[in-house]
Each structure stands twice: as C-alpha cells, then as structure tokens.
Write a protein that binds this ligand. Structure first.
Ligand SMILES: Nc1nc2c(ncn2[C@@H]2O[C@H](COP(=O)(O)OP(=O)(O)OP(=O)(O)O)[C@@H](O)[C@H]2O)c(=O)[nH]1
Ligand SMILES: [Mg+2]
Length: 295
C-alpha cells in the first residue's frame, strides 16, 4: 500500500509530523495499492446492503447493491476499487465523542477520560464488501477551535463527511451545519456522502432521545444527510453505522470506476469497426450514481 510504503502504521497523528500528510496524499490517490493482509474479521464482511437507521433521514432506501455493482463484483471486475481506500472525515464540536466513536469501531475500546484530539488522527479499517476488499481511511479531527486550522487542512478529498453532535447537548447539534459547510468547502460539490450522527445515546432515556431525534432528522434532511444515533460506550449502532458508511462509499466508488472505464472506451467511429469491451448491457447501463445525499 502506498500508505504502508510511506507509513507502516494503520493509524497516525498529524501533529507528530509527516505520517498523516503522507496518508492524506495517498488517500487522495484513489489508485493507491493496499497490501494483501490477513483476512478481514467476520464483522467487516458485508454481503448484503446494510439498512438505514431511520427511513425519515437516509441517503438510500434500497436494500440491495446496484445491479451493475453486483455484476461487477461477481466478475471481480471492479477496477481499482478493490485496491484503494476511501477517505472519511469526522467533524464536530469538542467533547461530542468523535474519537470515542472511532475507537469503539476500530479498536473496540471505550475510555471514560477525555483526551482532546490535537490536530488530526486517522485509522484505516479493512472490509470485504460483496467479495471485494475495501478500506476506509477514517480521519478524526479536533473539535477545539485552536486546532481547527490544522484539522481543516485534512478535509480535502473526502468521500464521506460525518458530522457528530452530542445528543445531550443541543448546542452541538446547532453547530453541525457550520462544521459541514467548512468540510464541504474543501471538496467538489456533490462529491461527498454526508452523515449526521448523534452520540452518547446511552445517556438519554428513550423518550428524550426520540425528542432530540425529531430535530436532528429535520436538520439531516436540510443537510441532505443520513441520520444515526449511536453510543460509543455501549457500542450500540456503531458497527451498523460504519457498515452503512462503507457500503455506500464502496457502491459509489464501483459505479464511478465503471463510469470512468466506459467513458474511456473507444466509440464506434466513421467507418471504423471497434469492438467494445464487456457485455452490451455493461456499457449501456453504466451511468453516474443517480444522486448523492438523496433517496
Ligand atoms: N456516556 C458516554 N460518554 C461518551 C460517549 N462517547 C464519548 N463519551 C465521553 O465524552 C468525552 C469526550 O469524548 P471524545 O471522544 O474525546 O470527544 P471528541 O469529540 O473526540 O473531542 P475533541 O477531540 O476535543 O474534539 C469523553 O470523556 C468520553 O468518554 C458515549 O457514547 N457515552
Ligand atoms: Mg477527539
């Protein structure tokens, strides 16, 4: 992997030097090669499309991979997707639980003590989706204002933006729009999937959680984001959430790869007979994913 060549760790920290910068560069290179490591753990194997948290604020209501994606995966014909990783950036106010959420998912740990993130950290998490190896590079950014300019340097090239807020602190929900705008500014319009995540679900009663969720779902819709409530402490919904992130990002990456391939294929020109690669249905049906951030 380019990551491995520049930085053998599967995690890193920006303030300590060049490792995060190297990872950031390699994350931008969609063709960066990943190593053939040990098999991924069972809970990272995704064979059917993971479900949304609530149909009231979800990016896609369908329950299956796109037909072209299924077909490409069956033929092991997903281009560079099986060899590359996608960048996920997690943003939000300080103390909302961004680091805890990532550590619960990547390391299955939870720490009660607060240690502010300084600058940015990242973790790489490997999946196998529809039989194809796939990795997420998950960037944990600092919520403290004084580190914002370091963190924002790493927003670029994100395929997924996760805006996190604390379900017990409604002010942090109000700030998510600003966090999202800052992250979107560094990326191509329409190029990112957006998630709005309420953290610390374990600290609320079911009724209180549902009350906050009404407001959060409303905001998620206005942001064209998918909504999830999670708890890093208990682990509730954490694996399901990241599986959903991985599946959506993977599907989009495969569709984009198919589209790139189809647009680079030669067309039938004046008087020249040129044989098209793949089946006729492959080339005809290949099109841009209908829309990002929309059911
Ligand atoms: N009860 C409970 N506490 C949580 C949960 N997630 C995080 N916390 C606590 O909230 C505090 C802040 O968590 P962090 O993950 O460090 O917050 P952060 O968003 O990364 O903060 P910055 O790095 O400063 O931006 C810590 O004391 C965590 O133990 C959760 O799901 N439940
Ligand atoms: Mg943190």
């Amino acid at each position: 992997m380019v990551i491995a060549a520049a930085n053998p760790a599967r995690s890193g920290r920006a303030e300590s030097g060049s490792s995060a910068a190297a990872a950031e560069r390699s994350g931008r290179m969609r063709s960066s090669l990943l190593p053939l490591g040990p098999p991924v753990s069972r809970d990272r194997i995704i064979s059917s499309f993971p479900k949304w948290y609530t149909p009231d604020a979800c990016l896609q209501l369908k329950e299956h991979f796109h037909g072209q994606v299924n077909a490409a995966c069956q033929r092991r014909n997903t281009g560079t997707v099986g060899l590359s990783l996608s960048k996920v950036v997690v943003v939000g106010d300080l103390y909302v639980g961004k680091t805890s959420l990532i550590h619960r998912f990547c390391k299955n740990v939870f720490d009660h003590d607060y240690k502010a993130t300084i600058g940015v950290d990242f973790e790489i998490e490997r999946f196998e989706i529809a039989g194809i190896p796939y990795s997420l590079q998950i960037w944990d950014t600092a919520g403290q204002e004084k580190f914002k300019c370091i963190a924002s340097a790493y927003y670029r090239g994100a395929q997924v933006i996760i805006t996190a807020f604390d379900l017990t602190d409604v002010q942090t929900l109000e700030h998510t729009r600003q966090w999202l705008d800052d992250a979107l500014r560094e990326n191509e319009p329409g190029s990112c999937f957006v998630f709005l995540v309420g953290t610390k679900k374990d600290l609320l009663s079911r009724a209180a959680c549902e009350q906050t969720e009404v407001e959060a779902v409303h905001l998620a819709n206005s942001m064209q984001a998918e909504y999830w409530s999670v708890s890093a402490k208990t682990g509730e919904n954490v694996n399901a959430f990241f599986s959903r992130v991985a599946a959506l990002a993977f599907e989009q990456a495969v569709l984009q790869s198919l589209e790139r391939r189809s647009s680079s294929q030669p067309q039938v020109g004046d008087g020249d007979l040129i044989r098209m690669e793949g089946s006729p249905s492959d080339t005809q049906e290949t099109k841009r994913p209908s829309s990002l951030g929309c059911c």
